[in-house]
Design a protein around this ligand. Sequence first.
Ligand SMILES: Cc1cc2nc3c(=O)[nH]c(=O)nc-3n(C[C@H](O)[C@H](O)[C@H](O)COP(=O)(O)OP(=O)(O)OC[C@H]3O[C@@H](n4cnc5c(N)ncnc54)[C@H](O)[C@@H]3O)c2cc1C
Length: 385
Amino acid sequence: MTLYSPSANWAADEHHLFSDSAQKFYKQEMVPQIESWHEKGIVDRKFWLKAGEAGMMGGSVAEEYGGSGGDMGFDSIALYEQARTGDFSWGYGIQSIVIHYVTAYGSHEQKIKWLPKLISGEKIGALAMTEPGAGSDVQSITTSAAKNGNQYTINGSKIFITNGQSADLVIVTSKTDKNAGAKGVSLIMVETSEVDGFRRGKNLKKLGLKGNDTSELFFENVKVPLTNLIGNEEGQGFYQLMKQLPWERLCIGITALGAIDYALDETIKYVKQRHAFGKRIMDFQNTRFKLAEVKTKAEVLRSFINDCVSRLTKNELDAATASMAKWWGSQIQNEVMDECLQLHGGYGFMLEYPIARMYADARVQSIYGGTNEIMKELIARSIDK
Ligand SMILES: Cc1cc2nc3c(=O)[nH]c(=O)nc-3n(C[C@H](O)[C@H](O)[C@H](O)COP(=O)(O)OP(=O)(O)OC[C@H]3O[C@@H](n4cnc5c(N)ncnc54)[C@H](O)[C@@H]3O)c2cc1C
C-alpha cells in the first residue's frame, strides 16, 4: 500500500519516487534498529543523521535553507512511510512541526541558523507546550519569559515532551505577558546546549511508543537572546500555534493510516497461516468480514487523508477539517488495532508480534496533538458560528 488514493491529484512522479526511496530507507536503516531503540527508550543520533542524508526531513523547505524545495506532500509521505513500518519510535513528526514553525515565522537569520541543521539531523527539535498543570487548556500555561535588557529569562516546567531527552532546539510556549491571556503567549527557541538552568527529567516510562523519548523539561532562569523569539513581535504564540495546528493534526491522521495499512498486512499474513478446526483462520466468515471492514475503513480514511493532503499543498486546509482527520484517523486506528489483535488470538497479546506493540502505540494518538474531545469541540465551533 501507499499513502495515495487512486484519485490522488496532488501526487506527481517525484512524489512516487520519493515514496520508493523512503520505503527503502526505512527498511534498510530503521527496521533493523527498532528492537534496540525499544530497549534503550530512545532513537540513536546516528539514525537522525542518516535520515538527514537520505533527505527525509526537508522535503517542503526551500533549498536555500537546506531543504528540497518541494511541497507538503513530501513531508506527508515521509511520515506515512515511517508509520507503514509499524513503528513510531523516531520522532520525525515533531521535528517536522518544529521545522514548519521556523519556516513559517522565523526571521531569515533564524532560518539560516536552525533549518539546515534540523533538516540534516544534526539538531533534534521539540515543541514544549504541555505543563503539569496545563494540557488541553494551553492558555493557562504558567511558564514565563521576562524581558531583561536584550534577553528573556525563562522559568517554568513542561511535561510529556516528545524528543525531550535528545532535543537540541526546543520551542517553548511561554507567557511574555501574564495578564494578556492568549495574547500574552509567545514562542521562544531554547538552544539547550547554549544555556544554563535547563534540565531534563528522566525518560518517562510509557504504555507504548517505547523507542521514543518523552520527558519533563525544567527551565530555571534560562537566559536566551531576544532574537530567539519566533516571529517579529511578542504575543503571537497562540495565533502561530493555531495556524500550524492543521499540519500537526493531519500528521496524526497520516500516521494512523500508515499504521492501519501495516496492521492489515500483518493480520492477513497471520490468518492465512494459522489453522483451527481444520481450516485457516482466514476461512472463518467472521475473519473475512472483520478484514473486509478493516479494509473498507482504511480506504475511506485514505480518501479523506488524500483530500486533506491535497488541500494542505494548496494551503487550504482549515483547522476544523484537520481536526476531523486527527480524531477520525486515530479513532479508526484504535478500532482496527483492536480487531487485528483479536484475530491473532493469544499471540496478539505477545510483544514479539508487532500487533501487540501497535495496539499500545495507537492509544496515545487520540490524546496527544490535542485530545479527540478538544478536536470535536473545535469542529463543533465551526458548525455553531
Ligand atoms: C506520549 C506523549 C507525547 C506527548 N508529546 C507532547 C509534546 O511533544 N509536546 C507537548 O507540548 N505536549 C505533548 N504531549 C502532551 C499532550 O498533548 C497532552 O497530554 C494533551 O494535550 C492532553 O493534555 P493533559 O494530558 O493535560 O489532559 P487534560 O487537559 O487534563 O485532559 C484530561 C481529560 O479531560 C478532557 N478535557 C479537557 N478539556 C476538555 C474540554 N474543554 N471539553 C471536553 N473534554 C475536555 C480531555 O479530552 C481528557 O480526556 C504528549 C503526551 C503524550 C502522552
